[in-house]
Design a protein around this ligand. Sequence first.
Ligand code: FES
Ligand SMILES: [Fe+2]
Length: 344
Amino acid sequence: MSLDIGLFESYWHLISHRLELPETGDYVRFDTPIGEVVVFNDQGNLLAFDNLCPHRGARIFSEDAGTQGFSCRYHGWSFRSGQIHVPDPHNYQSCDLASAKLNTYLLDWCGDFVFVAIKPLSTLNDQLGTLSETLENISFNINARVDLNRYEFECYWPIAVENALEPYHIPLIHSETLATLQLENGLNVFDGCNSVWHAPIGNKRIHKQLTGFKKLFNIDFQQEEYLSIFLFPFGMLSSTFGYSYSLQNFFPSETAEKTNFTSRLYSVNSASENATKIIDPFIRSTQAVNRRVFDEDHEICKLVPARSWSPSPLKFASQQEEKIAHFRNECSQFLAKGSRSDNS
Ligand code: FES
Ligand SMILES: [Fe+2]
């Protein structure tokens, strides 16, 4: 089995927040190395599946997110309250129509965050370890998705993930965006297969400004720093001062040298209606800056071909690339486990 499909099938992936799917018909859609994954709200119950009609495999949901009834345009099969409805069941004489079902995947929660898995190696709780509590706290502070941005990165996914794991490139690649925060080296915390970077904001003016914003928010979890949580193997959740959260997925593509990149920006609870009005332009500017940062990352990742990557340790690793070593080690261990089970 390839590394890409193996990792996708063996781990839980954070893909959405409860507030993105509150009503019947709400859905989110992802491209992954095993095809599409859709999570949709079926009369209040969330289901994850492969986005294919159980009749002859037509795709059901076509946008990245939206709201629509579950009805197949091809021959009219529909799905509601856990049941498939076939318009003319008497037409199916020689088959067991009752056995038709969606190809569903596993779904679980950490607080209000939605995770999906195919054949996970462990429970979600075990995979997240001590990060569960942090993620739960973060999820309860979120009040809306305010941006959704998806495109193909023209690079192999570990190139994009490793770029997101190291701050070494920030001064050169993000000189007018992220670099303005003057992030300090900070602290890397390794937690099972995941890792967290806590970076103090070195720009005194920006730090003071952000501290001053505190009264505008009604949040009970805050780290007054730049926080970047890597959820092995494909997820990144980052925040400045806990005033918004950016969730990024770097899913492998079915095509080599491409990454299915999706980013979502979540806003958090504000202290009052008036505060919301003040926060609004701040959120809009975060949205614009984030998009620019991702474009800058994409441009540089395009320069690194897939053959430049391997799970072996970096030959020349700066201190700021410590998290890459941890990531590669996790990939190597996964591959070693795979080859042991292939041989047994
Ligand atoms: S493929 Fe969906 S109803 Fe036939
Ligand atoms: Fe970057």
